[in-house]
Design a protein around this ligand. Sequence first.
Ligand code: MG
Length: 333
Amino acid sequence: MGLLDGGEAPVDDGPWYSYETVNTTLHIYKDFIVPLLKNNPIIENPMDFIKIVSKIRGHPMAKAGIEFALWDLYAKRHKQPLYRLLGGVRDYVESGVSIGIIGDYDRLIKAISHYLDEGYRRVKIKIKPGWDIGPVKRIRKEFGDIPLQVDANAAYELRDKHIFIELDKYGLLMIEQPFHYEDLYEHSILQKLIKTPICLDESIKSIYDAMAAIALGSLKVINVKPARVGGLLETITIHDYALKHNIPIWIGGMLETGIGRGFQVAAATLPNVKYPNDISASKRYYEEEIVEPPWEITSDGIIRVPNKPGIGVEVLEDRVEKYTVKKLSFKIQ
Ligand code: MG
């Protein structure tokens, strides 16, 4: 793998979104994935890699980081844009913006105006107990019928169901992950009480969660974060299964750099991606990108998919060097 082929495991410094962290990822690479690769030095494609690491349970983001890099390399070897190799059906992806808990109505309205002006096609706000019906009501009053959804990041319990029965009146595109980050059952109870689609994010870690959630009626939409489910192969498996069951998906993100964003973009070109994605412009989170060109949103809220081999952007080695905190080097053979 050359330095210019990029992969990214978009983990946090602590176990706040999932149990994986920077340190658990380094541990899995150093102590398990690298030794496995040394024992299996011939990898023809990303499918081979997934087979080799399948004996490692869990740690999807660690696996995804390397699987992504192999996809970039594989697509470049085939001189094809990655999205085409995956079966993507469009050369643009729709982009929505995700806004954290602002806690102040005027600042919230200002932020939304700003992002709508930038072109984002839908607005998602994070909600938590005490900051839920109020901001939604206010947004509907200020902006009318804009495409709007909320994301609770597992902040509620089933006994809070009245909040969602109330939110059901506001024509939201979906309500994301209201209950526990591992739950499927309680979500199935709520979905029967409201017509707004429930979208699960944290609860869907693999195809097995997706199959159970669909069978239980726990959701009507899935937010697939390719890194959360272990890479692009699992993303495609979930995508295809959901399509067969008439469950649309969209692609979410983990504040990836421009490298990880390339894989989100490629995944978002798949046919069953039916909603705007949490894929924003580079400048939304980063002052300086580590890829060239940076990812940009057009004034009508889309990201153009580069028609170049691999993820289609160039990894800037000097920038990667500049921001590197710790290096793990290894050689195979
Ligand atoms: Mg979410």
